[in-house]
Design a protein around this ligand. Structure first.
Ligand code: AMP
Ligand code: TRP
Length: 350
């Protein structure tokens, strides 16, 4: 099998209300991966417009996600941070993938069904094709590892299916152009840790989401200390004290969620949280969790505010990242065009 150098890619949509689930499930993992891998982190503004976005809000939210990346500790000089729409190759490769992926595959995507709801006929074509653009985001860099939350698992499986079908359908041409037996890697999803699925603070059976109508369902990265403490105080729980073992969290989604949040914020396992807090009532556990959340999140919120005061600097980071990403993507697209049989003038990478 063709050897691919390890490369991490992930994306976050600039759709507002960036929350603790995004932070713990995705952004902290992005930060971690930088130590061991070359990383590319993308603010996926083209994915955002699959549902209507106010243009001014979209630009503001793009800067906000970028500020969150930087405030959390992503290094845009050592790695690459950019917004998707600045690198046209994503859309270009997505078109090729639209012709590789099958209608039946996309019809099975649960996120489309959830987002389109009863108004399927009225959903944008982009919302339906969302996963082929996501596959293009990853594969235009031939990335091998993708850290995401649990909700993206199905989309990543589709990326692997697209890569495999492209490698299969064009096998002869791939070999003839000197790319061995595979042009695209089968990307590994990285869905691990205690926070791959943070739930709503109002309902332990629903994931914490940017689009929940209740602001009390999520802690956002711009909440101040009072808001964080209030939301945790008001979080739904059951009347039982915390158990001392993981088994005792079964059928207690709200308790399980708060323990998971505590573990992720403290950087310990859920077992360790229960060892220290087993037997506590929520009246004691919630203030401890609120303190921990405030201490962890307040410096990030402060740094985000500082960065957002200088939008010119943020735009500079994105433009510089896009320039470097474009060079990498162009090399892949030259290969894709050769393989598919498109006549093109090879653009030097760089
Ligand atoms: P999105 O806001 O949909 O662009 O998601 C950005 C990243 O955050 C993706 O990797 C998601 O899987 C992750 N994510 C979103 N919501 C949650 C959640 N409630 N718990 C854990 N991870 C999440
Ligand atoms: N679909 C992802 C989400 O909503 C965002 C995303 C777009 C992404 N392209 C990606 C994540 C590529 C990982 C890799 O969370």
């Amino acid at each position: 099998m063709t050897d691919f150098s390890p490369l991490v890619f992930s994306g976050v949509q600039p759709t507002g209300n960036l929350h603790l689930g995004n932070y713990l499930g995705a952004i902290t993992r992005f930060v971690e991966m930088q130590k061991s891998h070359a990383c590319i982190y993308c603010v996926v503004d083209m994915h955002a417009i699959t549902v209507w976005q106010d243009p001014k809000e979209l630009a503001r939210n793009t800067r906000e996600v970028t500020a969150a990346f930087l405030a959390a500790g992503i290094d845009p000089a050592a790695h690459i941070v950019f917004n998707q729409s600045q690198v046209a190759a994503h859309a270009e490769l997505a078109w090729v993938f639209n012709c590789v992926a099958r209608m039946g595959w996309l019809n099975r995507m649960t996120q489309f069904k959830e987002k389109a709801g009863k108004h399927r006929e009225n959903a944008s074509v982009g919302l339906f094709a969302y996963p082929t653009l996501m596959a293009a985001d990853i594969l235009v860099y031939r990335a091998t590892h993708v850290p995401v939350g649990e909700d993206q698992k199905q989309h990543l499986e589709l990326s692997r299916d697209i890569a495999a079908k492209f490698n299969h359908d064009f096998a002869e041409s791939i070999a003839a152009h000197g790319f061995g037996d595979a042009f695209f890697p089968l990307t590994e999803p990285l869905i691990t840790g205690p926070a791959t699925r943070i739930m709503s603070l109002r309902d332990g059976t629903k994931k914490m989401s940017k689009s929940d109508p209740s602001d009390f369902s999520r802690i956002t990265l711009t909440d101040d200390a009072d808001a964080i403490a209030l939301k945790i105080r008001k979080a739904r729980t059951d009347p039982e004290p915390l158990p001392s073992e993981l088994d005792g969290l079964k059928e207690r989604p709200e308790a399980e969620n708060l323990v998971g949040i505590y573990a992720a914020l403290a950087g310990v396992t859920r077992e360790e949280v229960l060892r220290d807090h087993g037997g506590s009532q929520f009246s004691a556990f919630k203030p401890a969790l609120a303190d921990l959340a405030v201490t962890t999140m307040a410096p990030i919120a402060a740094e985000m505010r500082r960065l957002l005061e200088d939008p010119g600097h943020i735009d500079g980071v994105l433009t510089d990242g896009a320039d470097r990403a474009r060079g990498l993507a162009a090399a892949t697209m030259d290969g894709v065009k050769d393989i598919v049989g498109f006549i093109h003038r090879s653009i030097a990478a760089g």
